[in-house]
Design a protein around this ligand. Structure first.
Ligand code: CA
Length: 223
């Protein structure tokens, strides 16, 4: 899952970037509203965290502009304490949730997980395919009842595949959602990580879940 953070305070931006990266998300940070708008229109993010008070273009204007451009990505706004007016305006402008600064990182993480759960009609925090299960809250994975230990990046890649079962995903689509801009250019990184994942979730089990579609990409077959 790939997240855009638009925040001009370096301390907050750095702490959010580090925390989200450690939690396995691919993160890009933009330092003002114009840069944030450019990023939001240039890549397909799964979620955006946007501060309201930003230089060059404020968070509400950024939000209105991306909604006008048809970007449906969930947006979590960061607002100043007691700025109730901002929260109402933000929700009216198409925000999905908001968080009051200063906030505990665990709360940000919980809100993000809740927002990412909404669209694919998944109930609770468990994703399933065949005999494979992923718990998004505890970040545990099992296949045929056996727990499998994944690195944060492997987890993120498997989550992307599980959210699109039986759908062929191109390397570019996978790249866009699992890695941030810093990794662009090393195009075989997707193949390398699919290799790691196969060794852990497919090798030694009754049937493979991950299939290569030659010349296109990969598909996770649930049956
Ligand atoms: Ca700010």
């Amino acid at each position: 899952m790939r997240i855009l953070v638009v925040e001009d305070e370096p301390g907050v931006a750095g702490f959010v970037r580090q925390g989200l990266t450690e939690a396995g998300y691919a993160v890009d940070v933009a330092a003002d509203g114009e840069e944030g708008l450019a990023y939001a229109l240039a890549a397909e993010y799964d979620l955006m965290v946007v501060d309201i008070m930003l230089p060059r273009r404020d968070g509400l204007s950024l939000l209105q502009e991306i909604r006008r451009e048809g970007v449906q990505t969930p947006v979590l706004l960061l607002t100043a304490r007691d700025a109730i007016d901002d929260r109402v305006k933000g929700l009216d402008a198409g925000a999905d949730d908001y968080l009051v600064k200063p906030f505990a990182f665990q709360e940000l993480l919980a809100r993000i997980r809740a927002l990412l759960r909404r669209p694919p009609l998944q109930t609770g925090s468990i994703l399933r395919a065949g005999d494979l299960e992923m718990d998004l809250t505890t970040r545990q994975v099992w296949r045929a009842g056996k727990e499998i230990f994944l690195t944060p990046r492997e987890f993120s890649l498997l989550e992307m595949l599980l959210r699109h079962p039986n759908q062929v995903l191109t390397r570019t689509q996978i790249m866009e959602h699992v890695w941030n801009f810093n990794f662009y250019g090393s195009s075989n990184v997707v193949d390398v990580y699919i290799g790691y994942l196969r060794r852990k979730i497919d090798r030694g089990f009754a049937f493979p879940l991950i299939h290569t579609v030659r010349g296109v990409g990969y598909v996770l077959k649930a049956e």
